[in-house]
Write a protein that binds this ligand. Structure first.
Ligand code: AMP
Ligand code: MG
Length: 332
């Protein structure tokens, strides 16, 4: 009897494994928006969804690139006043609203200052204080006004969606996945991650949070998520060093200098990639104390902060989903 039961078990497990074959994986790896991107998805409709998502990212890049002479942003930044697409108007109004909310820590008009530091041309330099003071007069989200489908900028003002576009694009990719019936996908647009559903094996997606102090790109920890965006900003991602001092690519709009406070990185976890992208940049500008206050006062997102001494601070909403070998402090 026991023998028959054993055989039966063997037979059913054989049946199970042969019926539940792993879902098909489709993946594309490409360069867009000045960074490397990977989109992987599982299931029968994955292949089409992945290529649609990639095409969408490339289309958004064509609209928003600050360096492509045919983009809407290039036209605006070079004294033209074209009728803007729905997408550009939507992103602009979202960033303006977030600039207001973050007290100007996020400001999509920072481009003239960013250019002076050479971050847009790869000819990095430390500008004179007087030069920065003059350029800061051309910065200020509150000076941007929309008039129907057009916007007017003062002479010398420029827009740059570098701190928000990838997050926005990741939301659109996630939407394409859902509409295509994809239940499991991982979208990584240059560190702007969107995890759709769960992993094909039914477990949560595990997203590594980089250790900014590690020379071998090790993780400071892992956050487990489902249907969430995870976005990290930090000056360690793009910077240059001059006379022993390091200058990062995230600018404090109040001073015109690269944000330099107690933080090395800010990771935001929320349902929307666009929110994560803008907030990771803005809270990096704020520093730890102000970032924590912003979280307490506004909510709607969770975050992982890493400070200059390697300290890890995680908001209580995701503390249980974050694992690390190191001490983790909970933000309440
Ligand atoms: P992220 O990698 O998302 O933190 O965005 C950094 C990019 O956003 C920079 O490379 C700039 O293009 C732009 N940027 C820098 N500082 C700011 C700021 N304070 N507000 C908005 N965008 C910024
Ligand atoms: Mg950002």
């Amino acid at each position: 009897m026991r023998k028959i039961a054993g055989l039966l078990l063997l037979f059913t497990s054989f049946l199970l494994t042969s019926c539940t074959k792993a879902p098909e994986k489709s993946e594309e790896y490409f360069f867009a928006m000045d960074t490397y991107m990977t989109i992987e998805a599982y299931g029968e409709t994955a292949k089409i969804a992945v290529s649609q998502a990639r095409a969408r990212v490339e289309a958004l890049e064509k609209l928003w690139s600050a360096t492509d002479e045919n983009s809407e942003i290039f036209a605006i930044n070079h004294g033209k006043n074209p009728e803007l697409s729905e997408e550009t108007l939507d992103l602009l109004s979202f960033t303006l609203e977030m600039s207001e909310k973050t007290g100007g820590a996020f400001d999509a008009t920072i481009y003239p200052v960013l250019t002076a530091w050479g971050f847009t041309t790869e000819q990095k330099r430390v500008p004179e204080e007087a030069e920065l003071a003059e350029l800061l007069e051309k910065v200020g989200y509150e000076k941007v006004s929309a008039d129907g489908k057009k916007i007017s900028l003062e002479q010398g003002m420029m827009l740059d969606f570098g701190g928000a576009a990838k997050g926005w694009a990741s939301d659109e990719c996630a939407e394409i996945m859902r509409e295509s019936g994809v239940k499991s996908a991982l979208i990584n647009l240059g560190g702007n991650v969107y995890a759709v559903g769960k992993r094909p094996d039914g477990n949560l997606w595990r997203i590594g949070v980089a250790d900014p102090l590690s020379e071998n790109s090790e993780n400071a920890g892992i956050v487990e998520v489902s249907d969430r965006a995870v976005v990290t900003s930090g000056s360690y991602q793009r910077y240059f060093t001059q006379d022993g001092k390091t200058y990062g690519h995230i600018i404090d709009p109040k001073t015109g200098y690269p944000a330099d406070n107690d933080l090395l990185s800010v990771t935001i976890v929320a349902e929307e990639g666009k929110l994560c992208d803008v907030l990771s940049t803005a809270l990096f500008v704020m520093g730890r104390e102000q970032a924590e206050r912003f979280w307490r006062e506004n909510g709607g997102f969770e975050m992982i902060l890493i400070d200059k001494s390697g300290g890890i601070f995680v908001t209580e909403g995701i503390a249980g989903d974050f694992s690390s070998d190191r001490t983790v402090n909970t933000i309440k």
